[in-house]
Design a protein around this ligand. Sequence first.
Ligand SMILES: Nc1ncnc2c1ncn2[C@@H]1O[C@H](COP(=O)(O)OP(=O)(O)OP(=O)(O)O)[C@@H](O)[C@H]1O
Length: 269
Amino acid sequence: MAIMLEARQLGTTIRGRNVLNDLTFSFQKGYTYGIIGPNGVGKSTLLKLLSGVLPPSQGDIFLEGRSIAAYSRKEAARKLAVLQQGVLPPIGFTVREVIEMGRFPYQNWFGNEAVDCSPIINQAIAAMGLEKLEQRKMAELSGGERQRVALAKVIVQQAEVILLDEPTTYLDIGYQIQLLDTVKSWQREQGITVVSVLHDLNLAALYCDEVLVLHRGRIAALGKPQHIYTTELIREVYGAEASIMNHPLTGAPQILLAPNVRINNGELE
Ligand SMILES: Nc1ncnc2c1ncn2[C@@H]1O[C@H](COP(=O)(O)OP(=O)(O)OP(=O)(O)O)[C@@H](O)[C@H]1O
């Protein structure tokens, strides 16, 4: 099995505070990984380290065996595409123009490409259900529509690794499933590696081959959801009481949260 991304003794300090410590793990080519953990634990920070935009304070990241720091910007962008959280898209442009910006790693100095990129742009527009919106200005879209444009822009980058920071933010449950299904079929078709920060542990169990759980700046668990999701882990990491059931269709572990108030015959007391 080929290793696509590897972290060795990775650590980072932000404003004198140790956020992530001694993380060592590897992600295999062609797999989907979820990064989960409580608010503020460092999930987005880990994604920034993996994409090379934030240099680590300790340790190193290897992309196909080569330190990420040794890649040029365009070289890295052809290998790795990132959907960042909360980054405002350029609102003066149309949907199609913004998606075309995802092709920058393949453009020359004048913004031209050697091959016609319209087939891949059209494919991404269709995959994200944006056909009717392609001439709309970004400023005229809802939060969920903008998120779908941002993902289409990532898809057209045709990278081997995609890093997604909370890709389901702003999306209703229908679009959450549509987006994750699109990413999954894209991943299978192209054999790419997907690393996604997810808050929803149930979606992570449905879509990820393996999940990395962060707790207090370290790895609390890394493995298949059915092996690592336990009531003890949920209690330790989130301080929440949960029951774990198997999904009736897929068998994936699904977490049911238990309210702290007492329940009698289905009524809260
Ligand atoms: N630019 C910054 N300046 C100061 N502290 C920061 C900065 N960026 C992140 N932090 C801190 O680093 C820690 C990790 O932040 P990060 O955004 O990676 O967490 P997260 O797990 O993605 O959180 P969430 O689930 O809330 O999105 C937090 O305590 C945060 O306050």
